[in-house]
Design a protein around this ligand. Sequence first.
Ligand code: CO
Length: 454
Amino acid sequence: MGGNKPSVKATGVSETKKCNEGLLRFIEESPNAYFAVREIGKLLDGAGFERLTETEKWNLKAGKAYYVTRDESSVLAFRTPKGRTLSFDSFQIVASHTDSPTFKVKPDAEMTAEDAYIKLNTEKYGGMILYSWLDRPLSVAGRIALETKEGIRTRLVKIDRDLLVIPSLAIHMDRTLNDGYSFHPQKDMLPLFAQKTEDGADLMELVAREAGVKKEEILDADLYLYSRVKGSLFGAEDEFVGSGRLDDLQCAYASVQSLIGAQCGKNVAVCAVFNNEEVGSSTKQGAASSFLETVLGRIASAAGKSEEEKICALSKSFLISADNAHAVHPNHADKADPTNRPKLNGGIVIKYNANQKYTSDAVSGAAFKKICKKAGVPVQTYVNRSDIAGGSTLGSIAVSRVSMHSVDIGLPQLAMHSAYETAGSRDTGYLVRALETFYGLTITAESEGLLRME
Ligand code: CO
């Protein structure tokens, strides 16, 4: 139960390679949030975590490891501290997200063009760099809802072959393309699916065949495009890692591996990976939902805490919001803040924002710096250039629901929200090490103005 098998640590070249190979395998098997949760479940099963469901009563014990999913697209895993009975002061949480920007396939997606082609009607999910989706092999993966004897049952489906492409317009047909073209999601971004024939190609027919069911059994579906381009290490010394969905599967993978590998302290160690960060988190399974709050509440109840003691436990808790950060771009140095300039492979980035889009403050920043120092991992800082709005993330959303000390961090990367992103290969292992160290400590917000770290 909760086997503490050693996790990958990027101390040398071969360990860095091993760590990133695991990451790239995970990303390849996770074309979207549903599959990411399934893959995380496999990793946790392999490490002896017990699976719980929200619809049944729990019987939690000390010194055990558990996980629970919601909507098949968010997951919370946790370890309870060792002891004769379940007892703890507070929670130590790492939160990241399972989703990445992509295109969702609309119902009745087939559209005929020129009486010769069939293309698919799609809509944007999240804010991607549109042109990065052009001219690369794509396919479809997601979830179908099936009519069965017992009721409506879901199943994950992935068409595991090159199926689609969104062709760009030839430069000869628009000589201004390189002067900054404004891509239109409803016109420019529809993928080519088939040659039109007598019978006509039918996406749901393909999906049904892939799932081994009849098309009539599929009542509804959540299907998304995914890029078929494989991730890899590259650069003169393999110092970079390139793949789709590094935001935020790089942090999600590192946090799951850390929880698996960690020797935990006296608190409950929690790894939360939420869906829907890219669309604002306000869904039943997102960071703004009741998911984290109710799971923490149930753990507290299992330890016999009263309502007031639960409030005390939450007040003493600490959350690390782990979502990738922007490295200084080699061709766009001017876009970065003049003094806070994160680099690939320069270590974990602490993100600050005066307007609190990032939750980091003096207390939580100080705590995270101490964690990294203990882990022997470099840290960098990120702040937006003052005239650039920048992004937001799930940290502030999660802690406005379940309030506690919180720091926003991430791994430095380039081309965020491109279909192919670039990060530093050494940074993945840095995060695993830092988060293992975090889980290994006992951190307690003792009172106003005092955060204890033992
Ligand atoms: Co993100």
